[in-house]
Design a binder for this molecule. Structure first.
Ligand SMILES: [Zn+2]
Length: 379
């Protein structure tokens, strides 16, 4: 089945890429606190921000300052006994995932953020109806789309065996049903305009969702609140780049979210390192405003389209864009290399906040200590 689906993904990726504005996005952000005027003011440099409440007035304010906004939703889990996303799962026993032992599915976040939350079944006809109804409600508020968290459904549901609900797709697992749900949600969202989007967060992007959404999130990219060190090493970052750079270049956006401020490094160093790796890989970089006090300049950068693929040199990786370049040094070695300023007035080092001296040939020589990321603007 994997092979057949794999081919289908490839076809749909090319046929239905994300809208141009998302393909051109370089950074974005997220905000899960109050969307008051102060919060909105700090979003001015962001192309789009995830986490807006489904509230017409707030969305209009964001649009007024040129910020696109996505509403956070989950189609994975719900808290029993209370209203969440306009519904109470306890009123809908036919929404729960049922495991082979006959018990209701429990969220993987049960022991952390969401105690007691149940998983829901994308193969349940009434749950599907509800998900689309809630999508319509969000889009009616004027949102630019949905950020669908927890894109990792419980794979099997035995509800038909236990008489809890029948399945829309009998005999199919929830990878199939969840993809179908994403396709339907995306179609509903596109009904409000081709520039509207859905981004799915499975934690790490999954090939199964390519073509069923406009993009996916790679959460806790390099820096995370769950580790006191950079937990994605160079080899893993190259794996991500190899696996997800090409789909990103074809129009399946990958949002790499780094939580800055939890390692022993300087947060500014971490922010530039994560940003540079993301941009080298064709990913949209996000930090959920965790670097706003140390690296706000990154939010404003508009490097333009890449002018070539990632280049690999002695102890460094680099990529050039229309209006600048990004570089990272390896984990173990310093690097020295030349950056050509040919055709440009000069080179500005964003980290150091200064123009670099050009050599006679029009090149500037750059030296990086190990584990550094930098960004340069041609100007
Ligand atoms: Zn089910």
């Amino acid at each position: 089945m994997n092979t057949v689906l794999g081919l289908a993904f490839l076809a749909t990726t090319v046929a239905q890429p994300a809208p141009g504005w998302l393909q051109d996005a370089e950074t974005c952000n997220g905000w899960y606190h109050r969307w008051d005027d102060a919060a909105l003011a700090q979003m001015r440099d962001a192309l789009f921000v995830i986490g807006v409440p489904p509230d017409k007035k707030v969305i209009e304010k964001a649009h007024g300052q040129g910020t696109r906004v996505l509403v956070y939703v989950t189609f994975y889990q719900m808290p029993p006994g209370k209203t969440y996303q306009k519904a109470n799962v306890s009123d809908h026993p036919d929404w729960n995932v049922i495991h082979p032992d006959g018990k209701e599915g429990i969220s993987v976040f049960d022991s952390s953020d969401n105690p007691g939350w149940r998983t829901v079944c994308p193969n349940s006809p009434d749950y599907r109806r509800y998900a689309l109804e809630y999508t319509k409600f969000i889009m009616d508020q004027g949102a630019d789309g949905l950020f669908i968290d927890n894109g990792h459904p419980d794979v099997t549901c035995e509800a038909p065996e236990f008489g809890r609900h029948q399945h829309l797709y009998p005999g199919k697992d929830n990878i199939y049903a969840y993809r179908k749900l994403l396709e339907d949600v995306r179609a509903a969202v596109k009904g409000y305009g081709e520039d509207k989007i859905i981004i799915v967060n499975p934690g790490t992007p999954r090939k199964e969702w390519v073509g069923a959404c406009d993009g996916q999130m790679l959460e806790s990219y390099i820096c995370t609140h769950a580790a006191d060190h950079r937990w994605h090493k160079e080899a893993r970052l190259l794996d991500f780049q190899r696996a997800w750079g090409p789909p990103a270049d074809e129009g399946h956006a990958v949002v790499a979210l780094s939580y800055i401020g939890h390692t022993g490094n300087s947060p500014r160093e971490d922010a530039f390192y994560c940003y540079a790796w993301a941009r080298i890989s064709s990913f949209v970089w996000a930090d959920w405003f965790t670097a706003k006090d140390v690296a706000r300049a990154l939010y404003k950068l508009r490097l333009g389209k890449p002018t070539g693929p990632m280049q690999r040199g002695d102890g460094y990786y680099m990529r050039e864009f229309e209006r600048g370049a990004v570089a990272v040094s390896s984990e173990s070695r310093a690097a020295t290399f030349g950056l050509s300023a040919k055709g440009h007035a000069g080179v500005y080092d964003v980290f150091a906040a200064r123009r670099l001296k050009l050599g006679r040939s029009g090149n500037c020589e750059i030296t990086l200590e190990p584990r550094q990321g930098r960004v340069y603007l041609f100007r």
